[in-house]
Design a protein around this ligand. Sequence first.
Ligand SMILES: *Cc1c(COP(=O)(O)O)cnc(C)c1O
Length: 360
Amino acid sequence: MSRVYNFSAGPAVLPEEVLREAQAEMLEYKDSGMSVMEMSHRSKAFQNIIDEAEADFRQLVKIPDHYKVLFLQGGASLQFAMIPMNLMKNRVADYIVTGQWAKKAYQEAQIYGKANKIASSEDKTFSYIPDCSDLPVSPEADYVYICENNTIYGTKFHKLPNTKGKLLVSDVSSCFLSEPIDIEKYGILYGGVQKNIGPAGMVIAVVREDLITDDVLPGTPTMMKYKIHADNGSMYNTPNCYDIYMCGKVFKWLKAMGGLEVMAQRNREKAAILYDFLDGSKLFKGTVVKGDRSLMNVPFVTGDKELDAKFVAEAKAAGLENLKGHRTVGGMRASIYNAMPKAGVEALVAFMKKFEEENS
Ligand SMILES: *Cc1c(COP(=O)(O)O)cnc(C)c1O
């Protein structure tokens, strides 16, 4: 067996300890006589798994009692529709467009009402976060929407926007559990788990209780009402049982690591190793405005497409995989989520140094 350092943006690296535990329980979970994949979601064994996963998540993030935690399907992309369907009472919402995912959410919302783009960084290929201290928030807006960490472009809101009293809705897919979260600043916070938590196929939505009502847009499918999932403990239909089980293991791993403060410190240290190198390099350049850099997704370029391709190929041969940038940006991108060890980032920087020496 030889595991590589996997810098994929998602589906992404998982903690090796978690994979080993799942491997040990593959044929028989505890003394159930079967694997978690074969188990009824109505069984006592599975109810314990989901209850523990939720309890550990709540403890890790310090979720207040008046917020529900929902394990949903359909990816982050289904939330682009579910959010307006459940929240657009006035059929108006404001969107801050800082990348492809925010743009997709903004476009989806236009199906259901008036979605206003109140700020954007598209003029400079989404390489920065706009000043959000005094935006033209619509008086009748039902919420203000952001994508907090822009997976493709490598920017992050280090300060939340001033929503002027409006509800804040945030997609945290690629920074979920990378640092402490102050939940009470949000109406809804959600993320696909395949970036920084678990296997692809599930979204965790944290929704303030008063926003969970039957007052949804006409025609909203049952499966797209937060209330149906909240009333049924995320088991109105068969949930993604195995994903809930895997995420539960990751929550325990994060708790054992010391929790989200410790993860934030580790993530800052890991990112600094890479950014410090980029800032001193003559060959490689970071593509993002310094103050807006993500700690999770680090895009960089050489400025020469052929050299970029050579780098990606040689890095792969050296056991450093998935460093190719998103198809819409080119260059390289290293995603260094919670489960990427510091040694992986150090190996990447050592390889970049060597490549720089050989190619300049
Ligand atoms: C990957 C990603 C998405 C899309 O996730 P799906 O689960 O594939 O729908 C949405 N938002 C962000 C920030 C992402 O990184």
